[in-house]
Design a protein around this ligand. Structure first.
Ligand SMILES: CCCCC/C=C/C(=O)SCCNC(=O)CCNC(=O)[C@H](O)C(C)(C)COP(=O)(O)OP(=O)(O)OC[C@H]1O[C@@H](n2cnc3c(N)ncnc32)[C@H](O)[C@@H]1OP(=O)(O)O
Length: 358
């Protein structure tokens, strides 16, 4: 008997939960089988060779010829099952004493001495944020907003804070590009809303370079402590993209329009010391004493009465909230269009083919 629609939907969900990047060939095969199973034989014009990602996807779909939808659905289910390891049980071990939600290994959540820490934990990929990590971070923030901690901290493991959005994310979502852009825009909006609405003091312990969305949302934090190894880089234009994380509003407000333009439009990378002079960073510490000094300070701050800190933050943030939500909505609307643009596809393609050129 062939795979049912339910089996097919389960397989699509399993793909979103894959921990390991299955590689480009597998992603193309998944794309092609998905399209064949849902739309039948390839029915769109062949893209130009300059549009290499779309062309590779088209080639993969077209190669399936007249394979019937039911057979494509069955092949998709079987292929996903060959990619997915059997489910692992959740481990409560980890760098922190009390691990709480979520249980993804790429995000580690610990609570100690009144501080909930959400750590990006994908050091081999410079803590680039996968689709799953966005969901897990939102879950972790929701849990942190309700737990007994007084302060919530974001930090990164390894040498980077985070290199921002994982540039292969788009290839991991099934569906046509417009649909993927729409879903990503919804995710981004909800993700940034979680920072705008976060009720407790939110602190970033920036242990190394922060790029893209990991850098922009810092404008929504209440304090940002940085190692002198950290840099701040938003290379949007080079990727055919536009600012997000409310940075089109927060950066000019924090550092003035001219400095914000250099970062957000021209892609200038700035040092921690420059970011501190421009108001994005609260204080910079020498890397060799960074962790010791920052955590000692945060542990002392976390002893403050929680309600006073929460209400104080609310007073600082409340006049801006409406604006921030409007900015977020507009940035996401614009990005949804950018993601399907040729400039963006070329930008991502340049990154993906960069290694081959070395
Ligand atoms: C739905 C929400 C959307 C939100 C919109 C957000 C937009 C953004 O965040 S835009 C910014 C995106 N980020 C970047 O453009 C950074 C891209 N990465 C790099 O430029 C470099 O990798 C580096 C400067 C971060 C580090 O360079 P280097 O020291 O030479 O190390 P490698 O390049 O060898 O990196 C190791 C390993 O990690 C992979 N990787 C790093 N960053 C990303 C990333 N952002 N996306 C995907 N993969 C990333 C890199 O490819 C290497 O992988 P392997 O080749 O498999 O070892």
């Amino acid at each position: 008997m062939g795979a049912s629609q339910k089996d097919f939907e389960n397989a699509m969900n399993q793909v979103k939960l894959l921990k390991e990047d299955p590689g480009n060939d597998a992603k193309l095969k998944l794309y092609a089988l998905y399209k064949q199973a849902t739309e039948g034989p390839c029915n769109v014009p062949e893209p130009g060779v300059l549009n290499s990602i779309s062309k590779a996807k088209w080639d993969a779909w077209n190669a399936l010829g007249s394979l019937p939808k039911e057979a494509a659905r069955q092949d998709y289910v079987e292929f996903v099952s060959s990619l997915s390891p059997s489910p692992k049980s959740c481990s409560l071990e980890g760098p922190g004493a009390n691990r709480s939600l979520p249980e993804s290994e790429d995000i580690v959540v610990t609570t100690e001495e009144n501080i909930t820490t959400i750590m990006f934990n994908r050091p081999t990929k410079k803590n680039a944020l996968t689709n799953e990590m966005y969901q897990d971070i939102m879950l972790a923030m929701k849990a942190a907003s309700k737990d007994n901690s007084t302060i919530t901290v974001f930090t990164g493991s390894g040498d980077y804070y985070s290199s921002g959005n994982d540039l292969t994310n788009f290839m991991k979502i099934s569906g046509d590009l417009k649909q993927v852009a729409k879903e990503s825009s919804i995710t981004l909006r909800k993700f940034v809303d979680s920072f705008i609405d976060f009720p407790k003091p939110l602190v970033a312990v920036v242990n190394g370079p922060a790029m893209g969305i990991a850098a922009t949302v810092l404008g929504l934090f209440d304090a940002v402590y940085a190692s002198n190894r950290a840099t701040f880089h938003t290379p949007f234009s080079g990727l055919g993209l536009t600012p997000e994380g409310c940075s089109s509003y927060t950066f000019p407000k924090i550092m003035g329009r001219a400095k914000a333009t250099e970062m957000l439009i021209f892609g200038k990378k700035i040092t921690a010391t420059e970011a501190c002079a421009q108001g994005l960073v609260t204080e910079v510490f020498p890397d060799d004493s960074f962790q010791k000094e920052v955590w000692a300070r945060l542990k002392a701050y976390a002893k403050n009465p929680p309600n006073a800190m929460r209400i104080g933050k609310q007073l600082i943030r409340s006049t801006e909230k409406e604006n921030l939500h409007a900015v977020n909505a507009e940035e996401c609307r614009v990005l949804q269009e950018r993601w399907v643009s040729e400039e963006c596809m070329n930008g991502i393609q340049n990154f993906l083919s960069r290694k081959a050129k070395l």
